[in-house]
Design a protein around this ligand. Structure first.
Ligand SMILES: [Zn+2]
Ligand SMILES: [Zn+2]
Length: 187
């Protein structure tokens, strides 16, 4: 494992949040309403209070472009984003354990707004990435028709496509290319 378990979960969750809207086609919105957000929060295991109102949804929407900047910015800029997210939220790291999770960091109280908790969790995970000098693992999907963000936690730094359909599409294309080559050479 590259980072602590909670860091890796938080990185994946942050990427999923950023990718919940398609920047190339903003009508492709995976969090169109409060019900979709509630489902997303449950899927990714965010704990604490969810108000379920429109303001909360809009705060989460507003967080996505801020987090996306982390994937697009050089190290000093990333540090500025992280520090300001932590400062704005008055983040205070505490070790906690709950449900099936052993000790890990929470840096916001459970009653903090959902978007704040999401922001701080992502920022705390990015702290680990910056400290490890591993920002190179944050990439944009290499598919020409996709701008989704990618967190590459693979041993050999080989992840090039997002967790959406791009990886599968690339694998199928590579398989077809190999097969057609094999067919041609056997003729
Ligand atoms: Zn927790
Ligand atoms: Zn992609």
């Amino acid at each position: 494992m590259l980072f602590a378990h909670d860091t890796e979960v938080a990185l994946a969750a942050a990427a999923a949040l950023v990718n919940s809207v398609d920047v190339l086609d903003p009508t492709d919105e995976k969090l169109p309403d409060t019900a979709a957000l509630a489902q997303f929060v449950q899927t990714w295991g965010w704990t604490g209070e969810v108000r379920g109102d429109e303001d909360e949804l809009h705060e989460v929407w507003a967080l996505r472009p801020q987090l996306r900047q982390i994937w697009l910015t050089e190290e000093d800029g990333v540090v500025e984003i992280i520090n300001s997210l932590l400062l704005e939220a008055k983040a205070l790291p505490q070790l906690v354990k709950h449900d099936q999770w052993h000790y890990h960091l929470h840096a916001t109280p459970p009653a903090a707004p959902l978007a704040t908790r999401m922001a701080v969790e992502a920022a705390m995970a990015m702290v680990d990435v910056v400290r490890a000098g591993e920002l190179g693992r944050l990439r944009i999907c290499e598919s020409p028709t996709c701008d989704d963000v990618v967190v590459d936690l693979s041993k050999n730094r080989s992840k090039r496509f997002c967790d959406g359909s791009c990886g599968n599409r690339a694998a199928v294309a590579a398989y077809r290319a190999r097969r057609s080559k094999a067919v041609t050479s056997s003729n």
